[in-house]
Design a binder for this molecule. Structure first.
Ligand SMILES: C[S@@+](CC[C@H](N)C(=O)[O-])C[C@H]1O[C@@H](n2cnc3c(N)ncnc32)[C@H](O)[C@@H]1O
Length: 269
């Protein structure tokens, strides 16, 4: 295997990750059995994965999983690959729930369920509802909830589906599609492989954020919080949207790169 890793067009770390996937062994086994003979069918299986990676497919889709807040989430090409930046959304949401007992939480556009499942596991007393317009994404989210032992309710529908009920949530969280339809990044790197509806609203990048903030007051309890992730240049616009809808205590949080990435606001009593 050593010679194959050395000859691979992939970075060593990625080649090792694919070998681990094919052989179903931990990294320590690879290191200890570096010169172990390989069965031809294993070599073929590796070469198939390597070709996918060389073609640019994200590692997360090839491996079928991505870590988020220390847990492995199953991912398929039907869902956005959870990003480290989104951990900030979960942290902000959990902070907003501090001091609230048996809170009700709504995650709009749940994708793999990374946000909703993480909140449900951190707050077992919470009643968490997760929605998505993609039925295929909801299946992945439900599978992740089952595997990780989280109890959630799922709804298939457009943002504030009428079945969600009104004025009952303590917290609404969302990481909606917020990339401008004409942003050239949509044609680059991992984004080429992710679902378009998870990335862009097909418009100015703010339309989903607008729908979520606009609908929040009629779905939150008094003093409920709305908390959204957004693009690097959208924090000011999102704060304006929240101000316009009567939210108080509006603030934006910076990600590890120092970019305003998450904005939240509280509905007054
Ligand atoms: C940026 S992804 C976020 C996925 C996941 N919450 C995360 O943070 O990894 C946005 C999600 O919103 C969903 N979505 C797009 N338009 C929607 C709509 N009108 N109503 C509900 N969900 C929608 C997409 O299918 C996608 O799963």
């Amino acid at each position: 295997m050593r010679t194959r890793v050395a000859a691979s067009p992939l970075p060593r770390l990625e080649a090792h990750m694919l070998w681990r996937q094919v052989l179903g062994v931990p990294h320590s086994w690879l290191v200890a059995h570096d010169d172990e003979p390989l069965a031809p069918e294993r070599v073929v299986a590796y070469e198939v994965l390597e070709a996918r990676r060389v073609a640019g497919e994200p590692m997360a889709y090839i491996l079928g999983r991505r870590e988020f807040l220390g847990r492995d989430f199953r991912v398929t090409p039907e869902v956005l690959i959870p990003r480290p930046d989104t951990e900030l959304l979960v942290e902000a949401g959990l902070r907003a729930l501090a001091g609230r007992e048996n809170p009700r939480v709504l995650d709009l556009g749940t994708g793999s369920g990374a946000v909703a499942v993480s909140i449900a596991l951190a707050r077992p007393d919470a009643q968490v509802t997760a929605t998505d317009l993609s039925a295929a994404a909801l299946e992945v989210a439900a599978d992740n909830a089952r595997t990780l032992g989280a109890s959630l309710q799922f709804f298939h529908g457009n943002w504030y589906d009428s079945r969600l009920g009104s004025a009952q949530y303590d917290l609404i969280v969302s990481n909606p599609p917020y990339i401008h339809a004409l942003d050239s990044h949509l044609g680059l790197g991992d984004l080429r492989f992710e679902p378009t509806m998870a990335l862009t609203d097909g418009a100015d990048g703010l339309s989903a954020l607008r729908a979520i903030v606009d609908g929040a007051p009629s779905h939150l309890m008094p003093s409920g919080v709305v908390c959204v992730e957004h693009g690097w240049d959208q924090a000011g616009a999102v704060r304006d949207l929240m101000r316009h809808r009567g939210f108080a205590d509006i603030a934006s949080l910076r990600d590890l790169a120092g970019i305003e990435r998450v904005t939240h606001g509280r509905l007054p009593f």
